[in-house]
Ligand binder design. Structure first.
Ligand code: SAM
Length: 266
C-alpha cells in the first residue's frame, strides 16, 4: 500500500469512526485492508475507497469497523470503579439529589462492547442502591456484532473467573457450558447501536456515564469534544468514569477531578 493510499483509508476511518490509525500500525492495517478487499472482490485501494465512500454496501463498512475496533472487555474490569460506587453510594446520592427526588438512576455505558460492562454496572447498582430507586441503563456501541452478543447475555464459562461467586449464583443461570444473565438484570439495560462521533441524540441527561477503554483510539481533539459533551449530558453531581489508561488532564474541560479516571459534574 502506498503512503497516499494508507492516509486515504486512515482518514476515512478517523472521519467516520473517530478512530486514529497511527503510522506505526501501517503494516498491520495494510494486511487487514488486503483481507477485506479480497473478501469484497476488489482489486485496488482506490476502488475499495470509492465503494466505502458510497456506503452502498453496509457490510463493507461493518467489516472495516470490526477490523479497526478492539472489543476486549471483562466483567468487573477495572474493579475500583465498581468499588467506588459501592463505597460511595450515599455520597453519590447526596451530591446528585435528582436520583432520590426522581427515584431513578440513569446510566450510560457508551462503548459497551459485548455487554460485560453494563451487566456489571446493573449488578452493582441492584446490589447497593436502595431498592426503591429504579435503575435505567443505556448501553451503546458502534459495532452491531458485539451488541448482538450483549443482547443475548450468554457468556462462556470464563465468567466464573471474572464474576465474584456471590454475584455469579445470584445473577446468572448456568445453561450447558455457558452462563446467562438473569432476566431481572437484563431488563435494566437497553442496548443500542451508537457512534460516539455522531451528535448525541438524548432527550434526558445521565447520572453516571462510563466511557472506558475507547478514548485510547481517539485523538486529543476528539477527547476534548467528548469531555465537553459528557459534561453537557451529565446531571449536576453526576459522574464520569474513563479507562485506567486514559486521562483528561491534557484537554480543556469543566468536570471536577475526583480521583484518577473519575470525574464529576459540579
Ligand atoms: C476495548 S472495548 C471497551 C469495552 C468496555 N468499555 C470496557 O472497558 O471493557 C472498546 C469498544 O469501543 C467501541 N467503539 C470504538 N469506536 C467507537 C465509536 N466511535 N463509537 C462507539 N463505540 C466505539 C468498540 O466497538 C469496542 O466495543
Amino acid at each position: 500500500m502506498k503512503n497516499r493510499e494508507f492516509y486515504l483509508l486512515a482518514d476515512f476511518v478517523y472521519e467516520n469512526f473517530g478512530i486514529k490509525v497511527s503510522n506505526s500500525k501501517m503494516n498491520i492495517f495494510e494486511m487487514k485492508i488486503s483481507k477485506l478487499m479480497k473478501s469484497a472482490g476488489v482489486n485496488s485501494v482506490e476502488e475499495y475507497y470509492t465503494l466505502l465512500k458510497l456506503a452502498k454496501d453496509k457490510k463493507m463498512l461493518t467489516d472495516l469497523l470490526n477490523e479497526v475496533t478492539i472489543n476486549k472487555t471483562d466483567f468487573f474490569r477495572e474493579i475500583n470503579h465498581f468499588n467506588f460506587i459501592r463505597d460511595n453510594i450515599v455520597d453519590i446520592m447526596k451530591k446528585n439529589r435528582r436520583i432520590d427526588i426522581h427515584k431513578e438512576i440513569r446510566v450510560w455505558s457508551s462503548a459497551c462492547s459485548s455487554g460485560e460492562e453494563p451487566y456489571t454496572i446493573a449488578m452493582i447498582l441492584k446490589e447497593y442502591l436502595p431498592p426503591q430507586i429504579t435503575i435505567k441503563i443505556l448501553a451503546t456501541d458502534i459495532s452491531q456484532r458485539v451488541l448482538n452478543i450483549a443482547v443475548k447475555g450468554r457468556y462462556k464459562s470464563v465468567v466464573k473467573t471474572q464474576v465474584p461467586p456471590i454475584f455469579l449464583s445470584k445473577y446468572f443461570i448456568k445453561k450447558g457450558d455457558e452462563y446467562e444473565v438473569v432476566e431481572d438484570i437484563k431488563k435494566l439495560i437497553t442496548f443500542r447501536s451508537f457512534n460516539l462521533k455522531e451528535n448525541f441524540p438524548f432527550k434526558s441527561t445521565f447520572d453516571i456515564i462510563f466511557c472506558r477503554n475507547v478514548m485510547i483510539y481517539f485523538d486529543n481533539n476528539f477527547h476534548e469534544e467528548l469531555a465537553r459533551k459528557f459534561h453537557q449530558y451529565l446531571n449536576h453531581g453526576g459522574l464520569l468514569f474513563i479507562g485506567h489508561s486514559e486521562s483528561l488532564s491534557h484537554v480543556k474541560h469543566s468536570l471536577e477531578y475526583v480521583q484518577p479516571t473519575v470525574y464529576r459534574r459540579k
